[in-house]
Design a protein around this ligand. Sequence first.
Ligand code: KG4
Ligand code: ZN
Length: 410
Amino acid sequence: MKFLRSDICGQSLLSWSRIRSLSASRSRGNRLILGIETSCDETGAAVVDENGRLLGESLNSQKRIHVRNGGVIPSLAQHLHQQSIHDVVQSALAKAKTSYQDLSAVATTTRPGLALCLQVGLDYTKQLVAETGLPFIPVHHMEAHALTARMVDNSVSFPFLVLLVSGGHCILALARNVGDFVILGETLDGAPGEAFDKIARRLKLQEHPQCKGMSGGQAIEKLAKEGNIHLLDGKHLFRMQRKDCNISFIGFKQAVFRLIQEEEKLQGTSNILGNVCDICASVQHHITRHLVTRILRGIEYCKMADMLPQEKQILVVSGGVASNGYIRHALSRLCDHTSYKLVCPPPKLCTDNGIMVAWAGMEHLKLGTGLADNPQEVRFEPREPLGVNIASAVAEARVDIKRFKFWADG
Ligand code: KG4
Ligand code: ZN
């Protein structure tokens, strides 16, 4: 099997009691944790310490393969995770100059995500903890995205507002503590990353010379830089009239697909359109605008309900889509306007990786929460809410927001 005792980090293993005493000595000093991520299309592993210092990481991205196939095929993703997980974990440990004996726990994403992919990380971890006797901390993928902000900026204390925007999720929540989130609004249909990906595919951006190997979001951001945001009047395409914090892209996506079809007819081509950059700029702008209105309402609701302190208000934005520069810029304008502090982890930490999982595990380890009593009984959960959902209470409050212009005309 993958990791026979002598195989673990190329070292012979110590006895269980020795390991436990080493773990115990670690617990008095600076503890280390190994994080493993396989929930979607990145096989990631990392070792971090209690102070959020990254000791070593390794990432095997499947993105290019899935972009070529027009989306993630779960069985293929599973196969690719299976092929690389052992090497990725060993490489993270080697880069950290660490072996299992130095670790205090293993943290692995077990929810939510693609079942076949979660299974790979979970099976690997079960075997690993059975071999090493290390404690196991199952991690919620979206919580890991949110807590990354506390690793990169230690001024981020609870409570804080957090927008999680990825290929599979879109959640606006109040983070009250580790493992304690209140959802103010979330996506009712697809996520923003999925909208970017589907529109990019419809625009055939994978064939565009400037977009080779990029994800849909990256490709749209790249081309949008040369485009005009005014091509599409997206104002009425979202659920703007609903005074809630929920997010929906379905009407918008359909309108964009209609526009592309009309442009193809007009331009007499089914290849890349002449005004593709304008379409990208417009799409990116309207997705951003939708997110901005939801955050503004969330901020107002929290003020009304007295859910956040008057001082030191923080907005954390994370997830793959948070690496978008246009969205970051809009949110930084929004935060200036509302006197919030914006915390966006660097793009590399916004997309899926093992570091965020290790850190989320560390947050739990420090509090003594989240440890699996019986690691072999842990199950993966393709769907699991991040916390209590109060979106309908937010909608009932019908909070008005003032118009806020985050973009410059030109
Ligand atoms: O968090 P993530 O790596 O994986 C999920 O958990 O989904 O997010 C991946 C998503 C993809 O949909 C991708 O198109 C989007 O993040 N993304 C971007 C950018 N980079 C990645 N979206 C907009 N702009 C970007 N620069
Ligand atoms: Zn993610």
